[in-house]
Design a protein around this ligand. Sequence first.
Ligand code: ADP
Ligand code: AMP
Length: 215
Amino acid sequence: MNIILMGPPGAGKGTQAARLVEKYGLVQISTGDLFRKALREQTPLGVTAQGFMQKGLLVPDEVTIQMVKEYISENTFENGFILDGFPRSIQQADELVNMAEELNFTIDAVINLDIPTDKLIARLSGRRTCKQCGSTFHIVYNPPKTEGICDNCGGELYQREDESEEAVQVRLNTYDEQTKPLIDYYTVKGQLINVDGDQSMDDVFKDIEKCLEEK
Ligand code: ADP
Ligand code: AMP
């Protein structure tokens, strides 16, 4: 089973993807995580992506599409994968169709986490991410047992650079302009499943499980 998890920044895609990985043995493909890894390692891809990410803009489509294509073709997915943060533009969605044909996979569910914009700022500004394993926490909604320390691996928690108020605003605008049109795109194709993202993490997960089990 291959899934697309959609939603604005801070909707809870990473949080729910981690649960799907655990329950269904899927592999999470987070384009944001792949870019951050490339950036840490200062690979040519990371250097290209850096400026766009810091500003809260999308990395150009052709760079992103190439990265995803390479990742999917170079890895095996016994139980399937979750695309977290991809596609984020119509061109990326169109190219995903070509990629699926070429690499012989299907997209079995497109789940959109629906959440009012005014909730996103609080979620993003309180997010803390583990430097070591990438797990995410929230200082109010999902605090780690020990402040600043990851519950899962003991790594140090940090606040992402693109989580300044200014960058967050650009990211939300970028979402509205370039990514939100994908809701119509997948609705027209009859593939979109809307899930209320404005509930507790457990309730969001229950709704996602229900949708997947009905498929
Ligand atoms: P995304 O991957 O969509 O950008 P995250 O999964 O990283 O979003 O979630 C953003 C922040 O909001 C994190 O700090 C996370 O702990 C918190 N969060 C996620 N889901 C919920 C929820 N249902 N209720 C409250 N906080 C949440
Ligand atoms: P995320 O971790 O999903 O919030 O992504 C962080 C940043 O990585 C975004 O603000 C973009 O700059 C970049 N990025 C992630 N996914 C994509 C994508 N599909 N297309 C273009 N840029 C992306």
